[in-house]
Design a protein around this ligand. Structure first.
Ligand code: E4P
Length: 219
């Protein structure tokens, strides 16, 4: 059970690293574009902050182009995972990279059939997009359960990386449904910490302490 941050914002990534709960990072072309920095510069900065896997996505639509991009990205660091779209060309590239021992994350997965093909192509990770399925009236979490059932029944090693997470419930439901990893936007990660009863309980503890005249152990 792991938590990745879904971001290319260096300040967010630094802050999450300090929290000590982040096992890796996923980026995508939209997030890189939002960072306003050059792709390689962002990746180099992220690598210095988080020691775990960092997904970097290709933008070519043909497998040859994807493989050329993957070669350059893989040179940056061993922790780079090549993110490929779940298309015929993406899966062709996945098979080749897997054969070379390069880690892959097959992204934009919206069906159990697609997850089956990603596994056949030897993907290290498959990324089902929960939020985008919910947006069109489908059940993202159900997809996670189905992929888990299929992978467990056939001892598939591809890890399920729940993506497109919109709220704290998505995180816990995805993990309960069998996702190995949830990649979470910064805002949702912060929401996971919050509960009104925690705030209320803490305020009461401090109030009772102060009323009693007790002194802080470090004062
Ligand atoms: C996954 O790796 C993607 O970067 C991401 O989770 C997409 O989420 P969105 O649907 O919120 O854009």
């Amino acid at each position: 059970m792991k938590i990745f941050i879904d971001s290319a914002d260096i300040n967010e990534i630094k802050s999450v690293a300090e929290l000590g709960v982040c096992d890796g990072v996923t980026t995508n072309p939209t997030l890189i574009a939002k960072s306003g920095q050059d792709f390689k510069t962002v990746l180099l900065e992220i690598i210095n902050i988080i020691p775990g896997p960092i997904s970097a996505e290709v933008i070519s639509s043909d497998s040859k182009g994807m493989l050329r991009e993957a070669e350059e990205l893989a040179k940056i660091a061993n922790s780079i995972v090549i993110k490929l779209p779940l298309t015929q060309e993406g899966l062709k590239a996945c098979k080749v990279l897997t054969g070379k021992g390069i880690k892959t994350n097959v992204t934009l997965c919206f069906s159990v059939g697609q997850a089956l093909l990603a596994a056949k192509a030897g993907a290290t990770y498959v990324s089902p997009f929960i939020g985008r399925l919910d947006d069109i009236g489908e059940e993202g979490i159900r997809l996670i359960s189905e992929i888990k059932e299929l992978y467990s029944a056939h001892k598939v090693e591809t890890k399920i990386l729940a993506a497109s997470i919109r709220n704290p419930r998505h995180v816990t439901d995805a993990i309960i449904a069998g996702a190995d990893i949830a990649t979470i936007p910064y805002k949702v990660l912060l929401q996971l910490y919050n509960h009104p009863l925690t705030d209320k309980g803490l305020a009461q503890f401090i109030e009772d302490w102060e009323k009693s005249g007790q002194k802080n152990i470090i004062s």
